[in-house]
Design a protein around this ligand. Structure first.
Ligand code: IMP
Length: 215
């Protein structure tokens, strides 16, 4: 594995961040984050293009996982790094699937797929009248791997869980995640609309505000 170290900007203050590695290879996330960071003059590079492998996400909290991923990418590249960790938290399920959202069905012996996760979610909520839930996202930005003051931001996007799917866009739990204020499921929203209002967008705007406070 060729690790590429790029030291420019590694120890810069938040205000001076020019180039940041995204600790994810998810093309959708890269597009979503890059568009917003570009407006702040920050270039975002996917860790895969620098040959950084995916980090483990072993922790029981979102923030620990996000920090672990950010540190991992910063350590291997020498660049400031941004990571996110997210999931769906359902009130009647005491916050499940939560940090285990990607593996919700797998943890019950099923397969690791959106379809299996959604089937488990619908089954878990059968007969439940409280359908409230939210997507949660934590972002962690480290200026270097040992940054003692990582920037942390969070976003919650509130909705209700449907028992039948609606819409074709998005991914994950989106067809079952209904936004009463928009009268649509997340999968019925145009991607640009979702990307402007989602938990990730809320967290990213908070992060950008923190960065500008440092300027
Ligand atoms: P991660 O942050 O990429 O680890 O995402 C964790 C899991 O949370 C995903 O695999 C999805 O199951 C769920 N998730 C996070 N954000 C969204 C979203 O915007 N739509 C649908 N599912 C999501």
């Amino acid at each position: 594995m060729n690790e590429v170290r790029q030291d420019d900007g590694a120890h810069a203050s938040g205000a001076a961040l020019k180039k940041v590695v995204l600790a994810s290879n998810n093309a959708g996330k890269l597009r979503e984050f890059a568009a917003l960071l570009d407006a702040a003059g920050i270039e975002l590079i996917a860790q895969g293009t620098l040959n950084v492998p995916e980090a483990e996400e072993p922790h029981p909290t979102f923030v620990e996982n996000a920090l672990t991923k950010a540190r991992h990418a910063a350590k291997l590249t020498g660049l400031p790094a941004l990571a996110d960790d997210s999931g769906l938290c359902v009130r009647a399920l005491r916050g499940a699937p939560g940090v285990y959202s990607a593996r919700y069905a797998q943890l019950a012996g099923g397969e690791k797929s959106d379809a299996a996760n959604n089937a488990r979610l619908v089954a878990a909520l059968q007969g439940e009248t409280d359908r409230r839930g939210y997507y949660y996202c934590v972002l962690a930005l480290v200026r270097h791997a040992d940054d003692p003051e990582p920037l942390i931001a969070e976003g919650r996007w509130h909705g209700e869980i449907l028992d039948a799917p609606r819409g074709e866009h998005g991914f994950g739990y989106d067809p079952y995640f209904f936004l009463p204020s928009l009268n649509a499921s997340a999968a019925e929203l145009e991607p640009a609309v979702k990307n402007a209002s989602s938990h990730r967008a809320i967290a990213l705007r908070q992060l950008l505000a923190r960065l500008s406070e440092e300027a």
